[in-house]
Design a protein around this ligand. Structure first.
Ligand code: ATP
Ligand code: MG
Length: 230
């Protein structure tokens, strides 16, 4: 579904991403691991069109999208959950969810299923985003991305700063979405145990390069834990 080939990205004179290639397939969770500052977020922003790439290609459903705007990529079916969540603090939960529908036809209802995935959001529809706990905000950010029914869901460190019980809930939702078989999931994560539990495929980045990749079930044997240990 998503095929990324040899992306190179620069911030000014700094060469950040070096020949990064990856694939994300329907029904699978592809996890990108790596320590702080190796370029994980820059990779996701490049995929979303939020930062320009200098070289390389990005194909989504067989179509080159590397010149498309972020809006066009979202419309094409890529949902993004940014690092740090970025929920609209002054908007209510309901309004935040409606923002996720901005790419769809006017009047498209919020899918009821979102409240089955994240029941807490239903109780909090009228609350402001900024009044939610960190974990609730993360669930809201995921639900907002899911509102537009993406075929590829991209998440940047969804467990960062979140309590264990909510991490479990988020993991369950990610697994369930993948197991339905239609959605591809690309997950950036530093929390090794969470990543290993979910990964069908993994990649490890270091200084902007992919230094290891393989099947999720081989992560332990491949020594990935040591590669990302701080
Ligand atoms: N807007 C920017 N301008 C210049 N350099 C940047 C910018 N954003 C990030 N960088 C640099 O690019 C490199 C990669 O950063 P990036 O945020 O992609 O890392 P990361 O792997 O997501 O880190 P973390 O795990 O802390 O989120 C870092 O050296 C960072 O300092
Ligand atoms: Mg990051």
């Amino acid at each position: 579904m998503l095929t990324v080939k040899n992306i190179n990205q620069f911030y000014g004179g700094s060469h950040i991403l070096r020949d990064v290639s990856l694939e994300a397939r329907p029904g699978q969770v592809t996890v990108v691991l790596g320590r702080n500052g190796v370029g994980k977020t820059t990779l996701l922003k490049s995929l979303m069109g939020l930062v320009p790439i200098r070289e390389g290609s990005i194909e989504f459903d067989g179509k080159a999208i590397q010149k498309d705007t972020p809006y066009e990529r979202a419309r094409a079916g890529i949902g993004f959950v940014p690092q740090g969540r970025e929920v609209f603090a002054r908007l209510t939960v309901e309004e935040n969810l409606r923002m996720g529908l901005a790419y769809r036809k006017a009047g498209t209802p919020i899918p009821a299923e979102l409240f089955e995935l994240f029941p807490v959001l239903k109780q909090m529809l009228g609350r402001r985003g900024g009044d939610l706990s960190g974990g609730q905000q993360q669930q809201l950010a995921i639900a907002r991305a899911l509102a537009a029914s993406p075929r590829l869901l991209v998440l940047d460190e969804p467990t960062e700063g979140i309590q264990p019980s909510i991490i479990k809930d988020i993991g369950r939702v990610i697994r369930m979405l993948a197991d339905r078989g239609e959605m591809a999931i690309l997950l950036v994560e530093q929390y090794y145990d969470f990543a290993r539990e979910l990964a069908d495929e993994y990649l490890v980045m270091e200084r902007g390069e992919v230094i290891a990749r393989g099947r999720g079930k081989d992560m332990e044997a491949d020594g990935v834990r040591q590669m990302v240990a701080i």
